[in-house]
Write a protein that binds this ligand. Sequence first.
Ligand code: NAD
Ligand code: ZN
Length: 362
Amino acid sequence: VIKCRAAVAWAPGKPLSVEEVEVAPPKAGEVRIKLVAAGICCTDEHLLQGCFPKAEFPVIPGHEGAGIVESVGEGVTSMKPGDKVIPLCHPQCGECSFCRNPESNYCQKSHFSELQNLLPDKTSRFSCKGKQIHHFLWVSTFAEYTVVPEYAVAKIDAAAPLDKVCLFGCGFSTGYGAAINTAKVKPGSTCAIFGLGGVGLSVVMGCKAAGASRIIAVDINNDKFAKAKQLGATDCVNPRDFKKPIQEVLTEMTGHGVDYSFEAIGKPDTMIAALASCNMSTGVFVMVGEVDAGSEISIDPMLLLTGRTWKGTVVGGWKSRECIPKLVSSYLEKKFNPDLLITHTLPFAQVNEGFELLRAGK
Ligand code: NAD
Ligand code: ZN
């Protein structure tokens, strides 16, 4: 058993408390990882506010991190102590029918099919003050050590800087893949991205890499526009600068709406606006943001009847164990630069300040 620090969420709506926790050794088929860096994604904020579906408290949040294998359980053959790894909030078991389907990246061991609040044997490896603490999406990266099933860990290049590639565990891979894999953006096309947090800015990077000729970045925070332009946006639009709905503004800017629209905010209203902003016949809308658990969206069916497509994406459509190491290698070859997504680097004890910065749109 390792004693180390972890940020525990005891109940929804409360700040995290950094506690000493015990982390049990990995059981058969599991890997214990010493985490080096973690990113903060808005999905952690959904969890802290109690809006993440089927989550349980107390819990150690965090699902975007990178680290080094500390020890492995019986039967683990694909990695060994000392290997650099990214724990995967969306696994790839390799055996389920979805994993065997080349068109799908939705593994049936995912949280939405099999709850990931405890490890697959329905026990936790974390305890604090004599209480069992839940895992989050199995990965719980806001801990100095974590235990994850082998099929939810990707071994990456030994040269990868862990304080940078932690973003490949969720935010960067999600946004970039939403453009490349889910929308399959074509060269010369027009795109609109609603929401320019870490995820939306990664969509901008994906659209640019796919050769889009016009990339319209949409946010209510003007401070997001400089970076969006640096990453490839050709136009930046703040819906608050207009009296008419943003979908009308974008349709006028492009003639018949964009070829691809993306929502990386997580609100019903902006999803509908993004859907209505794409071409009524051939437009593709990709829902990337997560709406609060229990919300529903109602739309005018005409929006779809004329031919638009509405798609969703989980972690950018990548088959995680197989593709995330390849993405890391492409990063090492300087094919894209997600380092620009890193705005602040804080010591672990200041994790709550990290959330304050996220809430303040910084
Ligand atoms: P973030 O909070 O950093 O960014 C959200 C951005 O949206 C901010 O820049 C904010 O100013 C902007 N915004 C808010 N309201 C707006 C409005 N009405 N119009 C235009 N812009 C508005 O969040 P993030 O970490 O980038 O995550 C974005 C979303 O993606 C979240 O809902 C998160 O849960 C989701 N997500 C989904 C997946 C997936 O696999 N599908 C993975 C990771 C994150
Ligand atoms: Zn699977």
